[in-house]
Design a protein around this ligand. Structure first.
Ligand SMILES: Nc1nc2c(c(=O)[nH]1)N[C@H]1C(S)=C(S)[C@@H](COP(=O)(O)O)O[C@H]1N2
Ligand SMILES: [Mo]
Length: 360
């Protein structure tokens, strides 16, 4: 038997492959989005599932492209719009897979002005609308696909997912063999940058924040909202005897661990007197960027004025930046001017982190 024949015997039915493609993409999107919030070791499985699904998708896309190659060639000759859209979809999927694999196998943190992982995320998100159009008039109910499949199909299918898992397992070994392994990689995929060395670690803005240096003479920190005694503090009145070691892990692919010192959020909350029905504490930047933590978690957080004994630089959030251990970097609000206790989480902060600093 020839090799293509052998391979085709291992290939599940067309419907099953199409549905598997859909499921793999759905799993990749949900786990991919969830990893943006995954900061503690208990979330490590998200990265594992994302990786296994990604490698299964490599196989599935290969099988699918092989199957439709003749139709695609004919469609290109006929200048079919439908086929052009399919090719766009294939390009986005291969781009997302390629950037993901490149990052894992020693790719750079940045490609030009964009983080490689940001390119990966943008390609991944772009798949959604294109896939939707692609599927609108194609997809049949999965029961059709399942009704037409047999035990052989199920076995082939298990083999496919198994191949993804095995490929994922050998990732470390391959990385080592290629010399692209980095020992400093965390479970999030992030690599170490400037730990323990004061302000010398990357300065990162999420989208467009770029405020002028904060004039501490005109700045104060207000503690307000669902509290019995709101108050404001000028910079020389801040109680800065808090300390903690914590690791900032940015979703653009690097992390940095430091000894932070500054104001214990618990001290601020105790002084203000949090209402019994309050649930959230929102940290707001002079730029409008803001994020909330549950009250209990906020009590354990720090508003840092210094890093490894050095006064915080402007880029890192001087005069005050949130240190939120176990949270991903984008939640560590910089240039904080207000701590607001609330009963309900403000949904606007999901918008604010994307648009703060735009149009300034
Ligand atoms: N106000 C404000 N805070 C912010 C950001 C921002 O754009 N604006 N970026 C966040 C992101 S994405 C990260 S990873 C960290 C980076 O902190 P650093 O610049 O001190 O390394 O700050 C977070 N805090
Ligand atoms: Mo970040």
């Amino acid at each position: 038997m020839s090799l293509p024949d052998r391979l085709s015997r291992l290939t599940p039915s067309a419907e099953l492959v199409d549905w598997s493609l859909f499921v793999a993409v759905a799993v990749l999107l949900t786990t991919g989005l969830a990893t943006a919030f995954a900061g503690s070791l208990g979330d490590a499985w998200l990265f594992v599932v994302h990786g296994v699904a990604g490698l299964s998708l490599v196989v599935l896309v290969g099988v699918k492209l092989h199957r439709v190659r003749a139709r695609v060639r004919a469609g290109v000759r006929a200048r079919s719009g439908r086929v052009a859209l399919s090719l766009l979809l294939a390009t986005l999927v291969l781009g997302a897979l390629g950037t993901g694999l490149w990052f894992v196998f020693g790719g750079p943190l940045f490609v030009g002005p964009l983080a490689l992982l940001v390119i990966h995320v943008l390609l991944g998100l772009a798949i959604v609308p294109v896939l939707w159009v692609h599927l609108r008039d194609r997809l049949h109910a999965p029961t059709d696909a399942l009704a037409g499949s047999d035990r052989r199909d199920a076995l082939r299918y298990a083999g496919l997912v198994g191949a993804g898992a095995v490929a994922w397992r050998t990732q470390k070994t391959v990385n080592r063999a290629l010399g692209t392994d980095s020992a400093d990689r965390r479970f999030t995929g992030s690599r170490e940058r400037g730990s323990g060395d004061g302000n010398r670690f990357p300065v990162t803005m999420w989208v467009a924040d770029d405020p002028d240096p904060v004039d501490v003479g005109a700045w104060s920190l207000s503690v307000e909202g669902a509290v019995s005694e709101p108050f404001a503090l000028e910079s020389d009145a801040l109680p800065t005897d808090g300390e903690r070691t914590a690791l900032l892990d940015c979703t653009s692919g690097w992390y940095s661990e430091h000894d932070w010192s500054g104001v214990r959020v618990a001290d601020l909350l105790d002084r203000a007197g949090v209402d019994d029905d309050a649930r959230w504490v929102q940290f707001r930047s002079v730029t409008g960027y803001r994020w909330s933590l549950p009250v209990e978690e906020a009590r354990g957080a720090l508003l840092a004025t210094a890093v490894d004994g050095e006064s915080l630089s402007h880029g890192h959030g001087f005069p005050l930046r949130l240190v939120a251990p176990e949270r991903r970097g984008f939640q560590w609000v910089k240039w904080v001017e207000s701590v607001r206790v609330t009963r309900r989480r403000e949904l606007g902060e999901w918008v604010a982190i994307f648009v703060s600093g735009l149009g300034e």
